[in-house]
Design a protein around this ligand. Structure first.
Ligand SMILES: NC(=O)c1ccc[n+]([C@@H]2O[C@H](COP(=O)([O-])OP(=O)(O)OC[C@H]3O[C@@H](n4cnc5c(N)ncnc54)[C@H](OP(=O)(O)O)[C@@H]3O)[C@@H](O)[C@H]2O)c1
Length: 261
């Protein structure tokens, strides 16, 4: 994928989707800067990725909802590597619940977590991409940007803004050889999905295993996705061969989305 020695910044990377993206980029030869809220967890992730791939991995503590922390993270990364070529924006997911379960403060917190964190990370790393005339921005959202999910109202609302932002950004930076795309996972097996299945099982008074089987049965591929499949998609979007793909939203959902486009 021609990622050798590219500097890739991966947010929220100690576990789950962010971790899988970090692993995929490192396997392709990229040098990494990864962050999460917990120093112990992000350091352990960095050690494991370094051992598996031999790549340089800079691991830093950063809560992406904290503007000062994002600014410190970016300053440290840019000081350490001198630039950044690839940015994967990501954060935790907001709590589950349906649309009338929440007040305006809950929606504001979800926007802070999923939308404003994306904007802050882009603002921090885009100037370096513009200076070198090469960049890849991939923002993580959810299938909910195409098809709102029941009981994930906060996610449905906050993530729509990410698509609008990334689309607008892509148009502004395309001529600088910088692409900006959104990836929209359906169900990929991570701790977050485990928690959502537990939550659904408790509400429906069923076991998590039953709920998991039902969910897989509703997906045309008849299974929940694997994190490495998600990592592979993001690594491709971050690569040189993906230079002409920008401003788009790519589903990775085993065929779960029901619409035509
Ligand atoms: N998995 C799926 O199928 C799926 C589908 C659609 C959307 N999503 C969304 O994709 C995102 C990642 O999901 P996941 O399944 O990978 O979740 P996960 O397994 O719970 O992992 C979340 C990761 O984000 C980090 N994190 C959480 N809040 C953070 C913050 N404020 N600042 C920095 N790092 C933070 C966590 O690290 P620390 O705890 O160490 O901070 C952890 O590494 C979530 O927003 C989720 O809602 C996931």
């Amino acid at each position: 994928l021609q990622l050798n020695d590219k500097v890739a910044v991966v947010a929220a990377a100690s576990r789950g989707l962010g971790r899988a993206v970090a692993e995929a980029l490192a396997a392709e030869g990229a040098r990494l800067a990864i962050c999460s809220r917990d120093r112990g967890r992000i350091t352990a992730a960095a050690d494991a990725i370094r051992d598996a791939t031999g790549s340089d991995v800079l691991a830093l503590e950063c809560d992406v909802t904290d503007p000062a922390a994002v600014a410190r993270f970016a300053a440290t990364v840019l000081d350490h590597y001198g630039t950044a070529h690839i940015l994967f924006t990501n954060a935790g997911g907001p709590p589950p619940g349906s649309v009338l379960d929440f007040g305006a403060d809950d929606y504001a917190a979800a926007v802070e977590l999923n939308l404003l964190s994306t904007i802050r990370l882009v603002n921090a790393f885009l100037p370096a991409m513009q200076r070198q005339g090469w960049g890849r921005i991939v923002a993580s959202t959810s299938i909910s940007v195409k098809q709102p999910l029941p009981n994930l109202a906060l996610s449905n609302v906050a993530r729509a803004g990410v698509v609008a932002y990334i689309k607008s950004l892509s148009q502004r930076v395309a001529a600088d050889n910088i692409t900006a795309n959104t990836v929209a996972p359906g169900y990929i097996m991570t701790e977050r999905v485990d928690q959502l299945l537990d939550d659904r099982a408790a509400r429906e008074e069923r076991t998590p295993a039953e709920v998991r089987e039902d969910l897989a049965g509703d997906i045309p591929a008849r299974r929940i996705g694997r994190p490495d499949e998600f990592g592979a998609l993001v690594a491709f979007l971050a690569s040189e061969p993906a230079a002409y793909i920008t401003g788009t939203t790519l589903l990775i959902d085993g065929g779960m989305y029901q619409g035509l486009m």
